[in-house]
Design a protein around this ligand. Structure first.
Ligand SMILES: Cc1ncc(COP(=O)(O)O)c(C=O)c1O
Length: 420
């Protein structure tokens, strides 16, 4: 058996991972055109509008509004649905904090549902027990490019008359039997931050197929002004709304990026699925599971390890993978969101317990370790491998070889032989 790199042996990864530029002549051309318009205001220019129309067409949504971030997109969704102070929104404990910011700004209460241990997504079964008389909506987070099983979730939502927001920030063009995520629920939200499949620096998109919601979304993202062609906006403000308008500069870059999106997602899907095939037979390693009929566009690849079966602690296993030259890391976020200080102390606004003890909130809501045991187990056992559209077939092959080499080393110590 080959000596591990961490013990001085040769590395499994012989070449650096493939890399390529994200931005180039296409973005530059759109940016120049945006500047030549002599207005960078979305309502006067063409870029933001075209970006929205292009994206809506691509995923089969009727309406799209651009905003300044994924966080803003989710805030707009909560606001446009008219979720009231004290009402509850059921969401995922493993996500970016941006998922819950808008809920809290609307003085609503995030309630966390546990996850499937292998898709890392919420399911109808984990959501159902969290529904109370205060529940107004479900915010489904499609984690890491992986589509949550939306059909049973939509059946559950309809039964309880709940709105559904899809947080698609990490999951561009993920689909279930030909239908893109973001189009199952009432509203789909996307991020264009610097780390996502496509980026305009910072930005977001809000999509809906609901005709009644489309103007409410557009207004909520723009101070609740009602824009009218040619004239000045109607400023009859009946409710509070932020200004999350996207500028034409961001729209220009976003528009150019959209032309690359299908290729990027197709490649990420191939890379991630290849990892699953490459590690599926390794005792003690569970691949990143995708639901039947689902297509995952892997924002990252996350497997889980059973330290007992493999006979090595996760940190040591990951150190060995890294020594082989693999882009591997342990875990994801430090803890489920409900263990973060803001929830632990139940204090979104310093010096108060607001909105958790607000007049409209259900009494006695607490956030404690143990609330979502599967989510906690996922974070304790996760091993992540970076996925990028520039990674080559050789990158994938060497990475799989590296994982198998390290796993085989530890399994051999326990008398388990790993083939190939
Ligand atoms: C699942 C998820 N939701 C929301 C967000 C927030 O997006 P943004 O950073 O664009 O505000 C992110 C960003 O990391 C995310 O990954």
């Amino acid at each position: 058996m080959e000596k591990l790199a961490i013990d001085g042996g040769p590395k499994a990864k012989k070449h650096p991972y493939g890399w390529g530029p994200r931005f180039g002549a296409e973005e530059m051309k759109e940016l120049k055109e945006a500047l030549d318009q002599q207005s960078l205001f979305y309502y006067r220019g063409t870029k933001v509008n075209r970006m929205c129309a292009t994206f809506a067409r691509m995923i089969g949504a009727k309406h799209c509004t651009a905003v300044t971030s994924g966080t803003a997109a989710l805030h707009v969704a909560v606001g446009a649905l008219g979720i009231k102070p004290g009402q509850e929104v059921i969401t995922a404990p493993i996500t970016d904090f941006g998922s819950v910011i808008g809920i809290l700004y609307q003085n609503a209460i995030p309630v966390f549902a546990d996850l499937d241990g292998h898709t890392y997504n919420m399911t109808a079964e984990t959501i159902a027990p969290k529904i109370t008389r205060k529940t107004a909506a479900i915010m489904v987070v499609h984690l890491a490019g992986n589509p949550a099983d939306m059909r049973p979730i939509m059946r559950l939502a309809r039964k309880h008359k709940l709105a559904v927001i899809e947080d698609c920030a990490q999951s561009y063009l993920a689909e279930i039997r030909g239908k893109y995520i973001g189009t199952f629920g009432d509203i789909g939200c996307f991020s264009l931050n610097d780390f996502k499949h496509i980026s305009c620096g910072d930005g977001g998109m809000v999509v809906t197929n609901r005709k009644d919601l489309a103007p409410v979304i557009a207004m909520f993202a723009d101070k609740n002004y009602r824009r009218t062609p040619g004239g000045s906006p109607l400023r009859e403000i009946a409710a509070l709304a932020p200004n999350y308008r996207m500028s034409e500069l961001s729209g220009a870059v976003g528009l150019a990026q959209l032309r690359k999106l299908k290729r990027i997602c197709r490649r990420r899907n191939k890379v991630g699925d290849a990892y699953t095939r490459g590690i599926a037979d390794i005792p003690g390693l569970d691949p990143h599971k995708v639901i039947p009929g689902g297509t995952c566009t892997y924002w990252f690849y996350m497997m889980r390890m059973d330290a007992k079966i493999l006979g090595v602690a996760r940190e040591a296993f990951v150190a060995a993978l890294q020594a082989e030259g693999l882009a591997a890391s342990a875990g994801y976020i430090p803890a489920p969101l409900y263990e973060w200080e803001i929830f632990r102390k139940r204090s979104a606004y310093p010096g108060t317990h607001f909105p958790f003890d607000g007049a409209f909130a259900r009494k006695g809501i607490l956030y404690r370790k143990g609330d979502c045991p599967v989510a906690e187990a996922i974070l304790d056992t996760a091993v992540r491998i970076q996925v990028n559209e520039h990674h080559t077939a050789a990158d994938v092959k060497e990475t799989i070889k590296g994982v198998r080499k390290v796993a085989a080393h530890y399994l051999a110590k326990k008398g388990i032989e790993l083939e190939g």
